[in-house]
Design a protein around this ligand. Structure first.
Ligand code: ZN
Length: 258
């Protein structure tokens, strides 16, 4: 374990005679880099001021989520989805319940392959549809070789119990804990998506710091159902884990109706 105080004290000496092109404060930040800049959902408007790395949260022009209001009809190719059953590796990271997925699950967007990394939940929904929010939203996060993300988003509305989420809901850790593997539970990823492939698409950002503008958003037009009891259980762990909607600015939302 490095003693940070002695390291910082030694730094000015270490810098003397060197030709570092970056500024001293940024070097300090880099040295202290393991310190995570804490953010929360109470003050999302302040994310952009917490650290330089979160600047896009404040200055970005292609931020997410957004209100889905008016659409450009399009004849896009449907998204190709290749999902399997996976073991349940679940984590409460303090901001959401996240399920880390195994390699081998992917989608093809505009001819490009994006591998599934994880999925997680928001309460209430982050995107809204003509100003209307849903009780919850599911995000399946995929990444291509260049590091660009493609997120499949599914609205969850109150209705019947969602049996495909039952085992996951029973395993949900109520406090922040590292990943744990739940024995003998498999999650069928395909069942987490609506059967109707109609989607909206737009380009935007991560909805958590650092708010990087690297995300192809693919939002299913049809919601899935989840019971009031299931919503309540998530609510008790995360009363609010949704970023407010951001300005659409110069962007268009494409609509592909199947
Ligand atoms: Zn999300």
């Amino acid at each position: 374990m490095i003693n940070r105080r002695s390291l910082l004290k030694a730094l000015p000496l270490g810098l003397a005679g060197t030709t570092f092109s970056f500024s001293f404060p940024s070097l300090i930040a880099a040295v202290a880099g393991e310190k995570h800049h804490e953010w929360n959902y109470e003050e999302p408007h302040k994310w952009g001021e917490l650290t330089r790395e979160y600047q896009a949260c404040k200055l970005g022009q292609q931020q997410s989520p957004i209100d889905l209001e008016s659409f450009v009809a399009s004849s896009l190719q449907p998204i190709e989805i290749s999902y399997q059953q996976i073991p349940l590796r679940i984590v409460n990271n303090g901001h959401t319940i996240q399920i880390n997925t195994n390699p081998g699950n992917y989608i093809i967007v505009d001819g490009e392959k994006f591998d599934l990394l994880q999925f997680h939940f928001h309460h209430p929904s982050e995107h809204s549809l003509k100003r209307e929010t849903y009780p919850m939203e599911l995000h399946l996060v995929h990444q291509n070789k260049q590091g660009t993300l493609a997120v499949l988003a599914v609205f969850l509305k109150e209705g019947q119990e969602n049996t495909h989420l039952k085992a996951l809901w029973e395993a949900m850790p109520s406090h922040k804990i590292p990943e744990k593997l739940i024995d003998n539970v498999r999650v069928s990823l395909e069942d987490l998506l609506p059967k109707n492939p109609s989607i909206y698409r737009y380009f935007g950002s991560l909805t958590t710091p650092p708010c990087s503008e690297i995300v192809h958003w693919v939002i299913f037009q049809n919601p899935l159902e989840i019971s009031a009891t299931q919503i309540q259980k998530f609510h008790e762990i995360f009363p609010l884990n949704a970023r407010p909607t951001q300005p659409i600015n110069r962007r268009f939302i494409l609509s592909y109706i199947s």
